[in-house]
Design a protein around this ligand. Structure first.
Ligand code: DC
Length: 212
């Protein structure tokens, strides 16, 4: 069984997909973390995230993996480093390059195959590109002001700064030419604005267990 969970940030996507995976006894794959680790590799190499050729060759060489819930870059635990500001600012540029996406999509599919073939997979293009034939596709959404306030609380940051960063990232993620963020055509859209975390998890599990 593959459950795809797509949507913008601040919708509860990560928390929900982790809880759903745990309850269904499935592995959970965070594909955003792959793009984040790729971005960290580019920044550590001192290269420009905009330069498609250089970025592609760095990603080709980089060993990016998710091991027991931690993210590894060439064997090093970068779980915390990929959530810091430099990566937040440049991850949209790195993930906009089609060749980078091709490489990472391949690795994401391989990860699921080597972890038993069933998983809860979260990201932006999972139901549309990575696993287009998945039987259960969820798209989590929430009003922009709700998403910003959740993110601000989570990271103890100023609301205006978070709202501005989210707007910028939403724009880049939805307007890029290669696999933009969109609602997969057969996905169930869940607006989490007024929902409790537990209710979102229960809803996704009931959709998953009755095959959406
Ligand atoms: O889910 P996240 O915030 O960790 O994702 C970080 C960035 O990676 C996000 O701005 C868009 C990109 N991304 C993507 O392009 N495709 C995915 N499947 C997952 C994330």
């Amino acid at each position: 069984m593959i459950v795809t969970v797509d949507g913008p940030s601040g919708t509860g996507k990560s928390t929900v997909s982790r809880a759903v995976a745990q309850q269904l006894g499935l592995p959970h794959l965070d594909t955003g973390a792959f793009y984040r680790a790729a971005t960290l590799a580019v920044l550590e190499a001192g290269e420009s995230p905009e330069d498609a050729n250089t970025v592609t060759s760095i990603v080709e060489e980089a060993d990016i993996d998710q091991v027991d819930g931690t993210i590894r870059l060439n064997g090093r635990d970068v779980t915390d480093a990929i959530r810091q500001d430099p990566v937040n600012r440049h991850v949209s540029a790195v993930s906009s390059h089609p060749e980078v996406r091709r490489l990472l999509v391949e690795r994401q599919r391989r990860w699921v195959a080597t972890h038993g073939g069933s998983a809860v997979v979260e990201g932006r293009d999972i139901g549309s590109v990575v696993f287009p034939t998945a039987p259960i596709k969820i798209y989590l959404d929430a009003r922009p002001e709700i998403r910003a306030s959740r993110r601000a609380a989570e990271r103890d940051m100023h609301l205006d700064d978070v709202a501005e960063a989210l707007r910028r990232r939403d724009h880049l993620d939805t307007s890029r030419a290669a696999s933009p963020l969109l609602v997969p055509k057969d996905a169930v859209v869940v607006d989490t604005s007024e929902m409790k975390f537990r209710d979102v998890v229960d809803l996704v599990i009931s959709l998953a267990t009755r095959g959406a």
